[in-house]
Write a protein that binds this ligand. Structure first.
Ligand code: PGA
Ligand code: MG
Length: 231
């Protein structure tokens, strides 16, 4: 049987990136003399990758971007974010223990983020986490990104997994939606950057901390999905 696969979102799920995202975003929009955004604003800005985050931040501060302004701002964001990595970014409590436990039981792990793949890879490398993952895909890896099922299904394929033996763990609407669109059970975490209560996203399951992400839970959720699909 193909080993079970646990696919993680990155920002707000694996890693607490909010300080560095807001810093780099504010450095970026300062080029247009726009006032800084706050950590509270981030939940409304993040989720669709850096381009959308920059566009939304400019709009929030009262500036509608002309399309030709975006490439320069994106470059500015990428340079600042990359130079500062890993900055203040840390894995959420209990993540490493949970991943070690899953791996010790033969589970595969992967990352499916709307962050640019290059930024996600560099960040995970600098935190020495890359070796945990059989695949790392970003918002620019495929022609589509979360919540399109193709992003998650493409990640599963690259990781050598089977969609019928996979779960998706995430903090926001795109993660729960991509899982639903791909017919894969989802687990929501409450400590990330969702702009709505995660219960309202109707994930298959909610954990309050990574100590709850055990092999038994993963098997239960995959088993329940199998029963539903067979019925
Ligand atoms: O960087 C973003 O906008 C979203 O990133 P995530 O998909 O890892 O939450
Ligand atoms: Mg996220």
């Amino acid at each position: 049987m193909t080993p079970a696969l646990v696919v993680f979102d990155l920002d707000g799920t694996l890693l607490d990136t909010h300080i560095d995202l807001v810093d780099s975003l504010n450095h970026t929009i300062a080029a247009l003399d726009l006032a800084p955004v706050t950590y509270d604003d981030l939940t409304h800005l993040v989720g669709h990758g850096a381009k959308v985050m920059i566009e939304r931040a400019c709009k929030l501060q009262g500036h509608s971007l002309e399309p030709e302004q975006l490439p320069g701002l994106l470059e500015r964001f990428i340079a600042h974010y990359t130079d500062n990595m890993p900055g203040a970014t840390v894995p959420y409590p209990g993540l490493i223990d949970a991943m070690d436990h899953l791996k010790s039981k033969g589970y595969r792990l992967a990352v499916c983020t709307n962050k640019l793949e290059g930024l996600a890879r560099t960040l995970l490398e600098r935190l020495q986490l890359t070796h945990y993952f059989d695949a790392i895909t970003g918002g620019d890896t495929f022609a589509v990104r979360k919540p399109d099922a193709g992003h998650l299904l493409g990640t599963v394929e690259l990781a050598g997994g089977d969609p019928r033996r996979t779960i998706m763990v995430g903090d926001s609407a795109n993660d729960i939606l991509v899982a639903r669109n791909a017919g894969i059970p989802s687990i929501a975490v409450p400590f990330g950057y969702s702009d709505v209560p995660i219960e309202s996203l109707r994930p298959t399951h909610i954990i309050t901390a990574f100590s709850e992400l055990t092999p038994d839970l993963v098997e239960d959720l995959i088993g329940a999905a199998e029963v539903r699909n067979a019925g």
